[in-house]
Design a protein. Sequence first.
Length: 249
Amino acid sequence: QTLSVATETDTSGRSVLLVATLSSLFEQTTPFNVQLADSEAMPRSVRFIDYDLDYQEVGGQVQWDFTEDPSSLSLTTHYMTYLGHYRHDTGYNRVPNPDTPDPTDFMNVFWETYTPIQDIVKAYSKDWNYANIPAETAFIPPSTHWFVYSSSALAESSTPGSSTIPDEFFVVRDPVFVDKDLDAGEIGGTISWTQHPTFAKVETYSVFLAADAAGIVRSQVGSSVAVGTTQVELPPEHVLEATGPNRFT
């Protein structure tokens, strides 16, 4: 015979499962007992580095450590990664006052919970301890965390490993263009800018002529330049069309 135990069954500190036979008269007094083995495979030390330098967009790699329990690890079939936030709930429960024998004496006990609320999901192999997050993944409040859940063949765990999401964004400072082409309708000259004091994740700068500040209908000016270079030259006699790109980004 087999007995199925529902997922998320609360053991409340109990560690033994008792199985007793029952006749039409009574239940046996010496049941068979099974020691419960509570498997726990929560991902450890979840971390994330954002390499997408746009505001409210993220990209990079979510990483985590496997559980140190080999028996629990062997039960893991895959990991689920979510972008989401914690819902903060609070309240009071009225419970009997343990400091008095009066059964009518109750006290208020404060409680609060942080419930993971998932927004997007990706599945990853049990052999991977990382998740690649594509650049330009929208990161819009209330999202605040990456959640990583381990899953078995039976169910997904209800307690995730988590990491806050540092939204790294970088804006070039003080861009300036000096037009040295003196012909009407044509431009040419130097586009320069001030290097941001924090640029550890920046590798190159690229300058574009675009139709608007968002970089729509853009074409690159020259080649990308390495960090430390703060200017690009636009060759003279570049025709500036009334309805074409007319803004540097």
